[in-house]
Design a protein around this ligand. Structure first.
Ligand code: ZN
Length: 261
């Protein structure tokens, strides 16, 4: 499931390859991928526009177009974009094709959970407008983070996953962030000490920043815990204690019971 670093990497790739280019044609192979407007209108409204910029908000891709339209894409489980020559054979998992002259930007999605919406802007698109703080953005400050956590009775893990509080973190990076911050995922947020809140803040920024850099440079994620997470009978990369697996915040959670308190 793509999380912030994965989506940011796709946004940067699209920015390099299609920003400034003109959409000369649109094909919708899977109408279910288009949530709004109706696929016929989607095709009509998208054709002929120019890609101004490609941004990201939380786990959403924002493809900003000429004429005050934004194509909002959620990759969900298996969504991805590939830029190929227009003549290249169409892969069976291709759902939508944006044609840029002699090149195609093809949206492939094996599991079909990914979706697209065309809206005037993200401010007028509820799911994006309601997102919480952007963890790599300038508005995510230690003070706002502290204020956000004040009085919250949920576990720290469940708060990290709440897109309306902080946007873009999913199950895997939440585990990495908590491991790096040496915090137990089931701790109630309001019981954290001041120093721990600061440690968590720094861990969020560091983990996501490093993941973005590594993914866009080397094409694979990075994280000491991430690299072992999910395997059987693993030892904590920091202290050697066996890693525990539990269901926390409704999600399979990996953590070290010895050095995460
Ligand atoms: Zn440990």
């Amino acid at each position: 499931m793509p999380e912030l670093p994965d989506v940011e990497t796709v946004a940067r790739r699209l920015r390099r390859t299609v920003a400034g280019r003109h959409i000369t044609g649109v094909r919708v192979l899977s109408p279910a991928t288009i949530h709004s407007p109706h696929p016929r209108r989607f095709i009509r409204e998208l054709s002929g526009r120019t890609v101004h910029m490609v941004d990201r908000r939380g786990k959403y891709l924002l493809i900003r177009l000429s004429g005050a339209r934004t194509l909002i894409v959620h990759l969900r489980m298996t969504g991805d974009f590939e830029l190929v020559p227009h003549a290249a054979p169409v892969h069976p998992h291709t759902r939508v094709i944006l044609r840029f002259g002699r090149a195609d930007l093809r949206f492939t999605d094996q599991r079909r959970f990914g979706h697209m919406d065309l809206a005037p802007s993200e401010a007028e698109f509820g799911p994006v407008a309601e997102l919480g703080l952007e963890p790599l953005g300038a508005s995510f400050t230690p003070g706002r983070w502290r204020a956000l956590l004040r009085g919250r009775r949920g576990t720290i893990k469940s708060l990290l996953l709440r897109q309306d509080l902080i946007a873009g973190i999913g199950n895997i990076y939440a585990d990495e962030i908590l491991w790096q911050a040496r915090l137990h995922p089931a701790r109630p947020a309001h019981r954290m000490r001041q120093a721990e809140v600061g440690r968590l803040y720094r861990s969020i920024r560091r983990v996501l920043r490093r993941a973005v850099t590594h993914l866009s440079r080397y094409g694979r994620p990075v994280g000491r815990f991430l690299e072992v997470r999910g395997e059987r009978d693993i030892a904590c990369p920091r202290c050697g204690h066996p890693i525990a697996v539990a269901r926390i915040a409704g999600r399979t959670t990996y953590y070290c019971p010895n050095c995460q308190r």
